[in-house]
Design a protein around this ligand. Structure first.
Ligand code: AN7
Length: 321
């Protein structure tokens, strides 16, 4: 019997690094899980390798997803590698430049929907019902199976779970995955989930019709994994809370300037939440995507460059002045 098809690019095994400045600021023992080190620069690859391999096994000819950007980039890459057609539906004008460049470079058909993520997801679900196309959003259980490996890695590295896991929440697939992973490992850290204030349906207890946040990756108003996520927060004696865009951007800048870690704004929500609400013991913040995904937000936020004439005096002044 032939082996199961496997579409892989070396997902996972991402760095888990201590965060001395954050530890100092919070009094906790803070670690960062750098999911931006995955092949396409986000945690989505952990699940996409499984979902696309399964799609091949099932004989799919095409895959489709709705996305705020990272799922699109990942799906496009794995479709290209698998020789499948890929189509991604994204909210028009609302995904970060790097993610758009990725999806286009991998040859996916990129559809800019005049609507938000929630509308896009409803439409691709209907599309997948009507046509033999594999849906690779996290409503696909194979995605969850792949993404739970983050929890395995952290437990392997520490020999146990941390006390608290801080994680940004959008469509709520990832927190569902980590919780499944911890449970299968026989562990139960507290899960602290953070949503952006303008896109915080789980915190408010009701869908948000027009979600808005600078953290475009988590601009989601009606998470598909709503119940799974709430179960994870309750069962782990954790919590789900909101952080403002200003708090997200402060954490984003702090990570870059003081920890040497460049993540995207949505990822910084995990650290913004930790700084705002606190946590005790050993704490892991999941930094879900790389900062290079969203150069525009970085450039809007960062300091300006120093112009300089090409002579030593000017250079001395520019460097040392
Ligand atoms: C960097 O790409 O939903 O709670 O369509 O890109 O599992 O949705 C992205 C989500 C956190 C939230 N951090 O994870 C998509 C998409 C980053 C993300 C999340 C996303 P989920």
């Amino acid at each position: 019997m032939p082996a199961d098809p496997l579409v892989t690019m070396g997902e996972g095994d991402t760095p888990l690094v201590p965060a001395p400045r954050l530890s100092e600021l919070t009094g906790a023992d803070v670690w960062l899980k750098l999911e931006g080190a995955n092949p396409t620069g986000s945690f989505k690859d952990r699940g996409m390798t499984v979902a696309v391999s399964a799609a091949i096994a099932e004989g799919a000819e095409a895959i489709v997803c709705a996305s705020t950007g990272n799922t699109a980039a990942s799906a496009a890459a794995y479709a290209a590698r698998a020789g499948l057609r890929g189509a991604v539906i994204v909210p028009e004008g609302k995904i970060a430049t790097g993610k758009l460049a990725q999806a286009l470079m991998h040859g996916a058909r990129v559809i800019a929907l005049r609507g938000n993520f929630d509308e896009a997801l409803a439409l691709v679900r209907e599309l997948a019902r009507r046509h033999p196309i594999a849906l690779v959003n996290s409503v696909n259980d194979f995605r969850i199976e792949g993404q739970k490996t983050g929890a395995f890695e952290v437990c392997d590295e520490f020999g146990e779970a941390p006390d608290v896991l801080c994680i940004p929440v959008g469509n709520a697939g990832n927190v569902t995955s980590w919780w499944k992973g911890f449970q299968e490992y026989g562990e139960a850290p507290r899960l602290h989930g953070y949503q952006a204030e303008g896109a915080a349906p789980l915190v408010q207890g009701a869908p948000v019709e027009s979600p808005e946040t600078v953290a475009s990756a988590i601009r989601i108003g009606n998470p598909a994994r709503w119940e799974d996520a709430m179960n994870a927060f309750t069962s782990s004696r954790g919590e789900v809370r909101a952080v403002s865009d200003a708090e997200i951007l402060d954490a984003y800048s702090l990570l870059g300037a003081r920890e040497g870690v460049f993540c995207e704004p949505a990822s910084a929500a995990s650290v913004a939440g930790l700084l705002k609400y606190g946590a005790e013991g050993r704490v892991v913040c999941v930094l879900t995507g790389h900062g290079l995904k969203d150069p525009q937000t970085a450039m809007n936020r960062a300091g300006s460059v120093v112009p300089c004439e090409p002579d030593i005096g000017s250079v001395e002044e520019a460097v040392l002045g």
